[in-house]
Ligand binder design. Structure first.
Ligand code: NDP
Ligand code: MG
Length: 407
């Protein structure tokens, strides 16, 4: 072996991809496949889509594949054997945490959707990994615990959410860990401008919103994403969750963050400094850019994303969000101000309401009504451990289900 080959081997990163069968999972696999010299897959995980995971196992040859559902894990194991694959199949929730914290692993992409991602993502943090965070719900529901664990275990947390990745790129670079900084004020930052596309229903009237369907909600104008985040984008809850996410990631308060609707999704967010400078990160709306950025940080690697054609883009529009038509944004801002378990309740009630909307058991405009009622009726606390977070999460889910069934 030449010295260069030895050096390359030593610097190959072993990656666990939680949520490999999803939209972020697919974009991550695409970027990783462009850099076989830098990354090897240690594990891919799915909840139940075993066949999709199986195809990825044949193509990307991870050491392990996890399917949470037992029947799916069995089916995948048999299928992989008939295809001559030597990927080992594991099953159950605990296996997610095992592959996220295994000593061989350097980097964990946290791309499970919803609260189900919290425990395995925390396992990666507690094992001191480089954690690429797409699973914003984990940070929303347990931000205090999560960020304390990052500091305590020396993990590196990098944002995948395109807005937060953009903000990270526009903030001054701290040599050790930008996200463990002392707060924005000391860096001369005046405020963050968090951009929102406005979603597929931006131009609809309050009356028209009454009749929208899950299919319409999932047809996002700029981004192709999983169903839950697509509905969140349509209600603007996604921006609310992102407001809370930004507060934790950048050690800031909600009043230092302004939400701006920017329908073209070319600017992914901005940072304003005390001297009046406003830095923006721009690019085509394609998640492979933030994924490649975080994977290689502080280096830069090819992502497969086409160059931004600024002439074809021609114009960039901005408008204020309308919280009367999209009350989820107001509910999330209130939860951010309240703190404690308020964001936990908000997130859990939203997950139940969105699932009911996707199953056509709840109208689009009833989603914020259910969440608002849960937040009014349940009291909040300052959670000292994971169990307190999980209790608040469970109570909010139970009440949201009850409210939906009792209608
Ligand atoms: P998808 O619905 O496309 O994928 C979700 C993934 O999570 C799948 O692999 C799914 O497995 C897995 N999963 C679902 N439930 C469980 C569970 N109970 N236990 C274990 N795994 C589970 O979602 P996205 O890829 O769109 O989003 C993933 C995360 O990234 C979300 O938190 C989202 O907010 C965030 N994000 C996504 C963006 C996007 O462009 N898509 C942009 C910014 C953030 P299975 O397929 O088997 O169900
Ligand atoms: Mg986003």
């Amino acid at each position: 072996m030449t010295t260069d080959q030895v050096r390359n081997q030593a610097s190959v990163q072993q990656v666990t991809l939680l949520g490999a069968s999803g939209s972020i999972g697919a974009s991550t696999l695409d970027v990783l496949a462009r850099h076989p010299d830098r990354y090897r897959l240690y594990a891919l995980t799915a909840h139940r889509q075993w066949r999709k995971l199986g195809e990825s196992c044949l193509r990307h040859r991870p050491r392990y594949a996890v399917v949470v559902e037992a029947a799916g894990a069995e089916a995948l194991s048999a299928w992989l054997k008939t295809h001559g694959s030597d990927t080992r199949v594991l099953c159950g929730e605990d296996a997610l945490s095992e592959v996220a914290s295994a000593p061989e692993v350097d980097t964990v992409m946290a791309a499970i959707v919803g609260a189900a991602g919290l425990v395995p993502t925390l396992a990666a943090v507690e094992a001191g990994k480089k954690v690429l965070l797409a699973n914003k719900e984990a940070l929303v529901m347990a931000g205090g615990l999560f960020t304390r664990a990052v500091a305590q275990h020396g993990a590196t947390l990098l944002p995948i959410d395109s807005e937060h990745n953009a903000i990270f790129q526009c903030l001054p670079r701290h040599p050790d860990d930008c996200l463990a900084g002392e707060g924005l004020r000391q860096s001369g930052v005046r405020r963050i401008l968090l951009t929102a596309s406005g979603g597929p229903f931006r131009a609809l009237s309050a009356r028209e919103l009454l009749d929208v369907t899950p299919e319409q909600a999932c047809a996002h104008p700029n981004w192709s994403m999983g169903q839950k985040i697509s509905v969140d984008s349509a209600t603007l809850m996604n921006k609310g969750l992102e407001l809370i996410e930004a507060c934790w990631l950048f050690h800031t308060r909600p009043d230092q963050i302004e939400i701006v609707v920017h329908p073209q999704s070319v600017i992914h967010s901005m940072v304003e400094y005390v001297d009046g400078s406003v830095l923006a990160q721009m690019g085509n709306p394609d998640m492979r850019t933030p994924i490649a950025h975080a994977l290689a940080w502080p280096d830069r690697i090819e992502s497969g994303v086409a160059s931004l054609d600024v002439i074809a883009t021609a114009r960039l529009d901005f408008e204020a969000p309308d919280t009367a038509r999209f009350p989820c944004l107001k509910l999330a801002a209130e939860a951010a101000r309240q703190g404690g378990t308020a964001p936990t309740l908000l997130n859990a009630a939203n997950e139940i309401a969105v699932a009911a909307f996707l199953e056509r058991r709840l109208g689009f405009t009833e989603i914020p009504v259910v969440i608002g009622t849960v937040m009014e009726r349940l009291s909040t606390t300052e959670p000292h451990d994971l169990e307190m977070v999980q209790t608040a999460d469970r109570q909010a889910r139970e009440l949201a289900r009850h409210l939906i069934d009792a209608r």
